[in-house]
Design a protein around this ligand. Sequence first.
Ligand SMILES: [Zn+2]
Length: 311
Amino acid sequence: MARSVLSSAHFQNEEAAFAYVEARLWPEGPNCPKCGATDEHIGKLNGKTTRLGLYKCYACTKPFTVRIGTIFEGSHLPLHLWLQVIHLMCASKKGVSTRQIQRMLECSMKTAWFLTHRIREAMKDGGIGPLGGEGMVLEADTTYIGGKEKNKHVGKRTRGNIGGVGKLIVHSIVERDGRVRSHHIPRVNGETLRPILEAHADKKSALMTDTAGGYMQIGREFARHEMVDHGKDEYVRGDAYSNTVEGYFSILKRGLTGVYHSVSEAHLHRYLAEFDFRHSNREKLGTDDVSRADLALLGVKGKRLAYRTVS
Ligand SMILES: [Zn+2]
């Protein structure tokens, strides 16, 4: 990470960090998280001993800061450090390990874990409408993530998936030149694939998959369904290919094994949200533009930052 990027004021100075976040979450001025009051009902508290960024709502008499109701709420970590972590997680293609964050912030592993998982929660797109649409192509496929089977206790080995024994199965739907949405599924069949495609893929799209049986029936409901038979060494047939989703899987796998080493089943969905987020926002995120890198998180009036419980 370039030093020049993290030397921006909002990464280094708490007052600048508040101004930065307020400008994005409250583009039309502060509003009370309790009662929604705005404008003349809100006053900034400026006393020498007053906490930074503190406002008072004269409608409901409650004091508040921009952190309330967001992923920053209830954390003692200074806002500028939160912004550093968000920036690093947005800008590093393969992610940043909890230990790296812990060393950087000189905080406990527990704090680092809490921060990164809250940010991952904010990265979830919440399934805002299905992917694809008329004239668009979706690629859907599954991949297997996980450690060496021989190291696992017999009882913990997964059964029933040839080639995927003992591993976690991830299903992704990718728009060519667009967004991606990934899910952890227990096995690959119509029962697991249908609800995901129903919820996340617009059937007006063309659907490209391999020949997994689970796609057959629902595939017929799409504008077009092309299957590439990898078993017959068939990889490209006209526009029927799955290179996009496979490219995504390669980043996901290198990231999950290289940076995160072992990702437990319970937390896999959060890491998937993080990798999906970076892929879906890769143009906005850019590579070296200071302000763009975290806009995708902070630039939508705090919708993504809205507080969700990390359990
Ligand atoms: Zn109020």
